[in-house]
Write a protein that binds this ligand. Structure first.
Ligand code: TYD
Length: 211
């Protein structure tokens, strides 16, 4: 797998705190850091958000294709990930290919096309240098999600149990392809998780260079 240097990804089930950690990181951010997320704020990402919120109904395969189209633009479009990383900026992205392999792997696996579709749609995308997996018991995650006003289509317990299981299955395969993966115990306080993330980030060549 081709790896993009300076590219870091946050992964985990819903309610595992990836977005909270992104906010914490943004506050610590220096000029070398660019925080971003998938689905993006672009036109394809907006359509995905509508589908996630249940405002539009789309088939599992359609959604899988939209996620990869959104990713294509996010990576290679103007002002995208590749451009930022190439300039020597550290890019941290909330969710990436592994989210598609996990979530769309489950939903497409239950339909005619099968779970190979997300693999096929994502096989040519480069990998990140470092991937954090925020590991959390789905029952704790469900408690955290209760506080949210709007529920998305994947935010129910049984689905999240499969999500966690699939992340755990796929992570070793992913790290075997040259991506450094770090599993974080996401049941800790946001501050503790933030420290663990920050300490790992400091080991990246780009931060060692700019320290
Ligand atoms: P998330 O960042 O967790 O949403 P929010 O900010 O609303 O908490 O991500 C939105 C949802 O999108 C999440 O349930 C995971 C899902 N998702 C996929 O199913 N496939 C993908 O490829 C990506 C990037 C996200």
């Amino acid at each position: 797998m081709v790896i993009i240097p300076n590219f870091v990804v946050f992964e985990g089930g819903d309610g595992s705190g990836t977005s909270t950690q992104m906010d914490l990181l943004r506050r610590r951010a220096g000029p070398f850091l660019y925080c971003t997320a998938e689905p993006t704020e672009g036109p394809v990402g907006k359509l995905i958000r509508e589908a996630l919120g249940g405002k539009v109904s789309l088939g599992a395969e359609t959604l899988a294709r939209l996620f990869s189209a959104d990713r294509q633009e996010h990576l290679y479009g103007s002002g995208g990930i590749v451009e930022h990383c190439g300039r020597g900026t550290l890019v941290v992205c909330d969710r990436y290919v592994l989210s598609s392999l996990v979530y769309q792997g489950i939903t497409c696996g239950q339909s005619a096309f099968g779970e190979d579709l997300p693999l096929l749609l994502n096989r040519d995308f480069p990998g990140p240098e470092l991937l954090f997996f925020f590991d959390l018991d789905p029952d704790i995650a469900a408690k955290r999600l209760e506080a949210r006003a709007e529920k998305e289509i994947y935010e129910y317990r049984d689905f999240q149990v499969s999500v966690r299981q699939r992340y755990r299955e796929l992570l070793p395969r992913y790290s075997g392809e040259g991506v450094r993966t770090v599993t974080i115990d996401a049941s800790q306080s946001p501050e503790k998780v933030g420290e663990a993330v920050w300490n790992e980030l400091q080991k990246l060549p780009i931060l060692l260079k700019n320290a």
